[in-house]
Design a protein around this ligand. Structure first.
Ligand code: HAM
Length: 447
């Protein structure tokens, strides 16, 4: 008995499937990713950023030193293993550490400062998979290294907002200041005192955080911990004078450049290297509807931030470079693409205009050259070189919704001609094979 279609399509028990938290990018998603990449490469190169690529695998110590012990990423989420030389290596959980390593390693401090870089690629975090949270995901990352002025923070935020706008999605920036490292140490003591009496009421993770990294308590998403976060002393009230001035100026730049922002005192970020400005980009509708520009908001729960970043003036020195101020951010591209889809962002028309059908072996052999002639003349053509019968090929052309099919058979090949078939009314014309690209362009009204 022939197999039923069900049997044919259902994977057998032993067929492999992807790992939990990982996913395939299917062909129908590709246009969204391509659009995001092309907008990013144009926008950031227009603003003087250069693309950089760093390895996906780095020494584990690079991340431990920079991201901070006591952060979820370092404590629980890194894909770390020992390689064949018994060295501990880690699949990068973020890009900033690797980019700063490259900046130091290649002596980029000798180049005109600031050095403006952008990067695009996969990251790995052993996170609990859920909506918008994967174990392999992708980021678009931008960094301005070598400028301590407020204008650099504002440029990163302005461009992040602009990137989304160019993609057709609207965002609101939520911004906070984490102050200087010294001021934060003082604040940590205040926060520890506040939380000490509540220790027994905290979730298991927060109890650990209290000992290791008290600022992370403000990042907890557990419902039971939310009331304590709301009543906690706020970092913004413990800022040092220089950081306060810096923050006010950044906000002035944002207001002047018409970037919609709201103050969110609960943004502490999940990585330890930040000082001063910290921010996140949220879909505009998720940003506490009533808050107007500059007003503080209550802690924001789901859905997810599209991206986030901030200033990290100590990181480069920490990994052995000279003291170099820097600021940057990264978008989670799965989240950006999801929002593009749900916002029904219209993509450039990619439907082909012409189907190239061929009949017989000689015509099939010639088809590659004709296809290339059409493609290089700017005619969007499609073909299925593996199909033989004309009926099947024309059915396919119909399904693809092309305007014309061009048909090359044995006879046409001998005569040096080719048939153009109007797919709407079925009318066919024979034209000179050498002039096929011009004939089609004339009919498609393409220059
Ligand atoms: P981050 O906030 O850890 O910052 O990640 C940036 C963005 O990556 C998040 O806002 C989110 O959209 C996306 N993301 C993070 N984890 C996941 C996940 N498990 N699944 C899907 N998307 C995720 C950084 O990584 C910093 N390096 C940003 C930066 C650059 N700061 C300065 N320069």
């Amino acid at each position: 008995m022939p197999p039923t279609s069900d049997k044919k399509t259902k994977p057998t028990k032993s067929a492999p499937i992807h790992l939990r938290g990982f996913k395939d990018m299917l062909p129908e998603e590709a246009p969204f990713w391509q659009r995001a990449y092309s907008v990013a490469s144009k926008l950031f190169s227009d603003y003087g950023f250069s693309e950089i690529g760093t390895p996906i695998l780095e020494a584990t110590s690079l991340f431990k030193r920079t991201l901070g012990e006591g952060t979820d990423i370092v404590d629980k989420e890194m894909f770390t293993f020992t390689d064949r030389s018994r060295d501990s290596v880690t699949l990068r959980p973020e890009m900033t550490a690797g980019i700063c390593r490259a900046y130091v390693e290649h002596g980029m401090f000798n180049r005109p400062q600031p050095v403006k870089l952008w990067s695009w690629g996969p990251l790995f975090r052993y996170d609990r998979p859920q909506a918008g949270r994967f174990r392999q995901f992708h980021q678009l990352d931008i960094e301005i290294i070598g400028n301590n002025r407020e204008v650099a923070d504002a440029e990163v935020i302005f461009l992040s907002h602009l990137f989304c706008r160019e993609l057709g999605i609207e965002t609101t920036v939520q911004v906070n200041s984490l102050g200087s490292t010294e001021a934060r140490k003082e604040y940590n003591k205040v926060l520890k005192d506040y939380y000490r009496s509540k220790r027994r009421l905290l979730c298991e993770d927060c109890t650990k955080r209290l000992a290791k990294n008290v600022l992370r308590l403000l990042d907890c998403k557990q419902p039971g911990c939310q009331p304590f976060i709301h009543e906690a002393p706020q970092l913004i009230d413990h800022l040092d004078e220089e950081s306060k001035k810096h923050f006010v100026k950044v906000l002035e730049y944002l207001a002047e450049s018409q970037v919609p922002y709201i103050l969110n005192p609960y943004i502490v970020r999940g990585l330890d290297y930040y000082n001063r400005t910290a921010f996140e980009l949220w879909p505009a509708f998720a940003s506490q509807s009533e808050a107007s520009a500059g007003e503080p908001v209550a802690a924001v729960s789901a859905p997810n931030a599209l991206g986030g970043g901030g200033r990290y003036d100590g990181l480069i020195e920490q990994i052995g470079g000279r003291s170099t101020p820097a600021v940057g951010m990264a978008f989670g591209l799965e989240r950006v693409v999801d929002l593009m889809k749900s916002s029904k962002v219209s993509l450039e028309e990619t439907r082909p205009d012409v189907f190239l059908a061929q009949l017989g072996e000689e015509a099939a052999k010639h088809a590659f050259l004709i296809f290339e002639k059409l493609r290089s003349a700017g005619v969007r053509a499609v073909a299925n070189f593996a199909r033989e019968g004309l009926k099947g090929q024309l059915e396919l052309a119909n399904k693809l919704g092309v305007v014309f099919a061009v048909i090359l058979g044995q006879k046409e090949l001998l005569d040096g001609t080719i048939i153009i078939r109007d797919m709407e009314n079925g009318i066919q014309e024979v034209v000179d094979l050498n002039k096929i690209a011009d004939e089609l362009k004339k009919r498609l009204k393409k220059n």
